[in-house]
Design a protein around this ligand. Structure first.
Ligand SMILES: C[S@@+](CC[C@H](N)C(=O)[O-])C[C@H]1O[C@@H](n2cnc3c(N)ncnc32)[C@H](O)[C@@H]1O
Length: 233
């Protein structure tokens, strides 16, 4: 079943009040480790202008803020206003109030000029956009030549035992826990979205077709997650 942009936005606005708590519970805190790995792969450094695409409640953008420091600039972009409001609140509570610019915009039509960013991150966003190839093309457009992006998301492991475990975990832990919070449908969508999501090899092909000179997919967490790392020539 096709999902429209407005349906995706509505899902994430509904999840917003419990999103951070559920991420911690359902990944047993591991999403923080995977996000740190993604940050390293993005090659963001002090003084850079960085993008966190589909930033949600701001985890990656806040991490980028620490790396780029006062001489750099971070833009967190998402189209769900409820999640952006949480990102802004979290930012305001942080020591030194990092100067992050939260932008409500569509990842498929970014309000930035060409070659604007030194580096970019995207966590759990690519699987949710309605046009994966279009999103990679847009990302390629806004990154400077020589700049990189690291894109973290779920991945279907090729190893049958890991694949079976992932499906069991989604069916028996993720969906029932979300159900307790009245969000069964919102989390039951993960499995079918993962089924449709291109595997690592296919992601590499799409990234190359979108214009990236270098594209590598790193499976992590026994292949249950993956990070696509891309560089613009
Ligand atoms: C699973 S959340 C990930 C949030 C955050 N990056 C994280 O890792 O916690 C997916 C996010 O993608 C955003 N999103 C999906 N499609 C989008 C689009 N076309 N433009 C902007 N944001 C989009 C949703 O609003 C949501 O915040």
């Amino acid at each position: 079943m096709m999902t429209s942009n407005s349906q995706v936005r509505a899902i994430f606005d509904r999840i917003a009040p419990v999103y951070d708590q559920l991420n911690d519970w359902l990944s047993l805190g591991q999403h923080r480790v995977w996000k740190h790995m993604t940050l390293k792969w993005s090659e963001a450094k002090a003084g850079d202008v960085c993008l966190d695409l589909c930033c949600g409640s701001g985890d990656m953008a806040l991490l980028l803020g620490r790396i780029v420091g006062a001489s750099g600039k971070v833009y967190g972009v998402d189209f769900a206003p409820q999640l952006l409001a949480i990102a802004q609140e979290r930012c305001d509570r942080q020591y030194g109030k990092p100067d992050i610019c939260w932008v409500e915009a569509d990842a498929l039509n970014l309000p930035f000029t060409d070659n604007f960013f030194d580096a970019a991150t995207m966590s759990y966003g690519l699987r949710n956009v309605t046009d994966i190839f279009g999103c990679l093309q847009e990302l390629h457009r806004v990154i400077k030549p020589g700049g990189s992006a690291a894109i973290l998301d779920f991945h279907r492991p090729s190893q049958p035992a890991a694949r079976a475990f992932q499906q069991w975990y989604l069916d028996n832990i993720v969906v029932p826990v979300a159900d307790q919070l009245g969000l069964r449908a919102e989390y039951a969508y993960i499995a079918p979205s993962l089924e449709r999501f291109p595997n690592g090899l296919r992601q590499v092909t799409l990234a190359r077709q979108a214009g990236f000179a270098i594209a590598t997919h790193y499976p992590i967490a026994s292949g249950m997650m993956g990070v696509l790392v891309v560089t613009k020539a």
